[in-house]
Write a protein of this length. Structure first.
Ligand SMILES: Cc1ncc(COP(=O)(O)O)c(C=O)c1O
Length: 417
């Protein structure tokens, strides 16, 4: 099997070299070359439309990262962008006081998200997860937190602890997705002082295989939260408006007390929300200060309202599930055919191709080769993050991708035979 030629990423590299003198590390967080494969992936994009991206060197990709989650429709989705443009030019979006869109969006959420009664709107997922913990602590007058999943970059939950006094996270304990025993044990010890259990309703731990809930897991966590009077928070930043309009809680039928949403809600515009049961949310009305200059800006609200309108009108999530089921089914068939240790986990709207770990670490080389061939052929996946499917992936885009996956697996098979 012929090796795909290396991409020309000279302009990306040049911009990155320049950036290292302007921004610590050149680019932030999971945008670093080390979060992909150094020397193989572009570092700067120029533009995107639908499900396609063009980097600064002119390479074109069919994209499966969707901006790390917010792109549910597609890049440069005309109707959403126009609604925002009209708002900005016709009315304005940054004022001292609130515009009416807050109420409209809050009402809409009560119709769509099972746990939604009252809502507070913020900008980022980290804003929202942090606000949910503050609300839970104020409501319960308790301190400790059990957590499961990535919840953003703030002091209480970020994985890299540099620059954070340990007292900011020493009351926060982590449990594994689908491990009810582990949570039960933690709560045996800390339950009486636990304010919140925050978790993703669907298992998408960083860099790890994805997990659907084992029978009884979500119900078991709900039961533990109730027994200890802890607030159950679902972090639906990735799953909201993606697994279903009501998120993982609607799909799996277990309702939390509070929910945090962001990413796909507004197809890329910055807005997030904590939404939940009135008696708990009311702690935020008088006893907490949750406010920020940009929180009420209406560009995000208008984008969210238009995105939700399109999601409902065009049955977007049904479309993604349908084509996605066929797509991941066929990838699984290819994985079986080549038998190189690749695995596909997750569900149609969000899935991940990983390589079975082995003691020698050979799986890392196979993974590297597989993803290098994919990016060289023009398919933007990440070895270290799961993939998403958007509305704008056409059957033809998915066919092209399947052909490439077939060739990349064949390449790995031949190289490691
Ligand atoms: C599940 C989850 N929670 C919280 C966050 C933090 O969101 P943000 O990056 O918008 O601060 C993320 C971001 O990836 C996420 O995936």
């Amino acid at each position: 099997m012929k090796e795909a030629p290396k991409l020309n990423i000279i302009k990306s590299q040049k911009l990155f070299d320049e950036a290292t003198g302007l921004v610590p590390g050149g680019v932030l967080g999971a945008r670093k070359p080390t979060d992909f494969i150094r020397g193989e992936y572009p570092i700067f994009f120029d533009s995107g439309k639908g499900c396609r991206l063009i980097d600064v060197d002119g390479n074109e990709f069919i994209d499966f990262l969707c901006g790390y989650g917010p792109i549910i429709l597609g890049y440069r989705e005309g109707e959403v962008d126009e609604a925002v443009y009209e708002q900005i030019t016709g009315k304005g979006f940054c004022f001292t006081l609130t515009q009416k869109y807050q109420n409209i969006l809050a009402k809409k959420l009560t119709q769509l998200v099972p746990s939604s009664e009252l809502s507070i709107f913020l900008k980022t997922g980290s804003d929202a997860t942090t606000a949910s913990i503050r609300i839970a602590r104020a409501h319960t007058n308790k301190l400790k937190v059990m957590r499961c999943g990535y919840h953003g970059w703030h002091d209480w939950c970020v994985e890299m602890k540099g620059g954070i006094p340990s007292k900011f996270y020493e009351d926060v304990f982590e449990f594994r997705y689908n491990s009810l025993d582990q949570l039960e044990k933690l709560m045996d010890t800390h339950g009486a002082e636990t304010a919140a259990i925050i978790m993703t309703p669907f298992g998408h731990p960083n860099h790890e295989k994805m997990e659907i809930p084992k029978p009884g897991f979500l119900e078991g966590v709900r039961d533990i939260a109730d027994r200890y009077r802890a607030v159950l928070v679902y972090d639906e930043i990735r799953t909201g408006f993606r697994l279903s309009m009501g998120g993982g809680q609607e799909l799996y039928g277990v309702v939390p007390d509070l929910t945090v949403l962001g990413k796909a809600m507004a197809n890329g515009y910055p807005i997030s929300v904590v939404t939940g049961k009135k008696d708990i949310m009311m702690a935020a009305a008088h006893r907490l200060f949750i406010s920020s200059t940009f929180f009420p800006n209406s560009d995000g609200f208008v984008a969210a309202l238009k995105t939700i309108e399109i999601l409902e009108r065009d049955n977007v999530l049904e479309n993604i599930w349908e084509k996605g089921e066929r797509f991941i089914g066929r990838i699984k068939t290819l994985i079986d055919k080549y038998d190189v240790g690749a695995e596909l986990t997750g569900v149609a709207p969000m899935f991940y191709i990983t390589f079975e770990k082995d003691e020698t670490g050979a799986y890392k080389e196979k993974r590297k080769d597989f993803y290098i061939q994919l990016i060289r052929k023009g398919f933007f996946f990440s070895p270290f993050h799961h993939a998403y499917i958007s509305f704008r992936h056409t059957e033809e885009d998915l066919e092209l991708t399947l052909r490439a996956v077939d060739e990349c697996l064949a390449f790995v098979k031949e190289k490691y035979a």
